[in-house]
Design a protein around this ligand. Structure first.
Ligand code: G3D
Ligand code: MG
Length: 337
């Protein structure tokens, strides 16, 4: 089996970037506990090597337990606390386990969606599928559960996401690519000509997270081309739980209008979970808004940011998956597995 090691490493670098100070180290190991790649927060090379060496000694016995106890089925994700650290073990497909090492004082829950997304990507790299190494910051607005710290207990995390379908809406100026994004995600095809009837088209799509053993269902509401947002706003936005704010990176005015869209939507749905998307990155030579500006706006609004192309499909699935992971709110643990 040949694995794209460069991509694995790029992914780890993005993971470190996304987690910031919380992260002590991240390790990709195979099922035998052999370390395939690792990064640590330390910049000092010797400290780094010692840390990773020490951590592998720590990780090995837990991995052994996981492998032994879950040889028949899938493990999913689990946590393990030591005196010094908090560890998250995430199954990353058949061949690998992704280990996140956090400081002992860190909270595990806000990290989980990012760890899941990364584990899914590692699984895809091992399978030789195309995957973008970009790991956006996943911002969790509210926390329903808390995984308490208990030394030396291996806990399996079960997540609930599939009992319910979430209403998803889109905001952003005309022609930024909202409909194209939805069609890409729902059918994985790109069409340049959509002629919807007046009103809203409703599409359903399920996001499956194999490593998590769960899925999230979306009911996506998309305004047809001629529909005036102002006229249908109330019924369109009513009870929406997740939303995507889209602008076109080649047209600055669509970026400038995002704050208005944000406020308009928040007025009706104060609890909605949003993500900001800069679309049409395939048109790099026509770009008017750079990535830093997109990230800055998202930071100001306290939401996640990702750049996409509905034309090539780049990061389209990721943007919906980030929203899905944010919706998996109720984690509960089973002790002593
Ligand atoms: P909207 O739903 O936000 O109004 P649409 O936007 O999805 O209808 O897209 C508007 C136009 O932008 C369409 O072109 C569509 O093909 C194009 N488009 C959407 N996403 C992308 C992208 O990522 N890259 C490029 N290059 N074009 C994109 P037409 O010509 O059909 O109006
Ligand atoms: Mg549209």
């Amino acid at each position: 089996m040949t694995v794209d090691r460069e991509k694995l490493h790029a992914l780890l670098m993005w993971y470190k970037e996304a987690l910031g100070d919380n992260l002590i180290a991240a390790i990709i190991a195979d099922r035998e506990g052999l370390i395939m790649d690792a990064i640590s927060s330390s910049v000092d090379k010797t400290v780094k090597e010692d840390l990773v060496g020490g951590l592998s000694a720590l990780v090995e016995p837990v991995l052994e337990r996981i492998t032994k106890e879950f040889s028949s089925g899938s493990f999913g994700t689990g946590t393990f606390d030591t005196d010094e650290y908090r560890l998250i073990f995430s199954e990353a497909g058949e061949h690998a386990v992704f280990v996140t090492v956090l400081d002992g004082l860190s909270m595990v829950d806000p990290i989980l969606p990012t760890a899941y997304l990364t584990a899914e990507k590692i699984a895809r790299i091992f399978d030789g599928r195309t995957v973008s190494p970009v790991i956006p910051k996943i911002i969790i607005e509210k926390q329903d559960s808390k995984i308490v710290r208990e030394i030396n207990k291996l806990k399996k995390i079960k997540s609930k996401g599939d009992e319910y379908a979430f209403k998803l809406i889109l905001g952003g100026d005309g022609a930024v690519g909202k409909t194209s994004m939805v069609h890409r995600f729902v059918e994985d095809t790109f069409q340049s000509d959509y002629k919807g009837t007046i009103g809203v088209s409703i599409m359903k799509k399920q996001c499956n997270f194999e490593g998590l053993g769960t899925s999230v269902r979306f009911v996506i509401w998309d305004l047809a081309g001629q529909t005036q947002f102002k006229r249908v706003r109330k019924s369109y936005l009513a009870n929406a739980e997740v939303g995507i704010l889209v602008y076109d990176v080649t047209r600055r005015e669509t970026y400038d209008n995002i704050t208005d869209w944000y406020e308009e939507i928040k007025k009706v749905c104060s609890k909605i979970s949003l993500i900001l998307v800069g679309n049409k990155i395939d048109l790099e030579d026509q770009r008017e808004v750079n990535m830093e500006e997109g990230q800055r706006l998202a930071d100001n609004l306290n939401i996640s940011y990702i750049e996409t192309s509905a034309k090539t499909g780049e990061n389209i699935n990721d943007s919906f998956e980030i929203l899905a992971l944010k919706m998996i709110k109720t984690y509960f643990t089973l002790d002593n597995v």
